[in-house]
Design a protein around this ligand. Structure first.
Ligand code: NI
Length: 253
């Protein structure tokens, strides 16, 4: 049984067939999924989905790309939503320097604010870090609260070592199945299983053999199988370990 620890089944790409997709996901052996918020409206949708489906939980927060117009009132809304019984984490929050917008200072400001909120509530948090490794680590250290997961990990083995030492989980998505991903495959081999989570980040990052098509949480199995192969482990055993890790991280034991 699998735990898709990071998915976006509320995405518009599922508007035509969401119920059928979620039924398929459940039947495919996904025991739990955390549907992650990327903005205020999206976080509300995450909660609605979690209320409708037993096996889906929610994370609430504002993605760095959506912090351009964020306000104190929005932060208060995140805090209120976080008290919902099916909300298990703050996220996704972080820094994304791939795009020029919003300005880096704005992203950093709201990342720090949301991280401080996670600390205040003593909730786990989900980091989105794209091309911003150094600043992400600096802010985590400044806030001094490390109950986090680095989602869709794209850093080096060296950075993974630092994060693991801090107590972080490293979450690996479908890119690990790509032919041109030697760096991520090295990371997958290196990360000790007790610090590993698996995710789809669907509808994005579709693993081989469906690369190029819309992704959904049922494909978590392909990512798990690839990581198990890289680690020389049994696929079912890895699925079970990462399921237990996910439950522990999100407080679902
Ligand atoms: Ni995501």
């Amino acid at each position: 049984m699998y735990f898709d620890t990071h998915t976006h089944l509320d995405d518009d790409k599922f508007n035509e067939d969401r119920e059928a997709v979620i039924a398929k996901v459940r039947e495919s052996g996904v025991e739990l999924a955390v549907n992650v918020g990327s903005g205020i409206k999206e976080s509300e949708s995450c909660i609605a989905l979690a209320e409708k489906y037993d096996f889906i939980y929610a994370a609430v927060g504002v993605h760095p790309g959506n912090t351009g117009n964020m306000t104190d009132a929005d932060l208060e809304l995140v805090k209120q939503m976080a008290s919902h019984e099916k909300v298990v984490a703050i996220g996704e929050i972080g820094l994304d320097y791939y795009y020029d917008e919003p300005e880096r200072d704005v992203q950093k400001y709201w990342f720090r604010k949301q991280l401080e909120l996670a600390k205040e509530l003593q909730m786990p948090y989900i980091i989105h870090d794209r091309d911003a490794h150094a600043d992400t680590l600096d802010i985590i250290r400044e806030v001094g609260y490390t109950k986090g997961v680095m989602h869709c990990y794209s850093g080096s083995v060296e950075m993974a070592k630092v994060l693991i030492k801090m107590g972080f989980y490293i979450s690996i998505a479908g890119q690990v199945t790509f032919k041109n991903a030697p760096k991520l495959q090295e990371v997958a081999k290196f990360v000790p299983v007790e610090h590993l989570l698996i995710e789809t980040d669907s509808p994005y990052l579709t693993p081989v053999p469906f690369r190029g098509k819309r992704n959904d949480s049922s494909n978590v199995a392909y990512t798990c199988a690839k990581i198990a192969e890289l680690k020389g482990m049994d696929e079912k055993e890895l699925a079970n370990i990462t399921l237990i890790n996910g439950k522990k991280f999100y407080g679902l034991e």
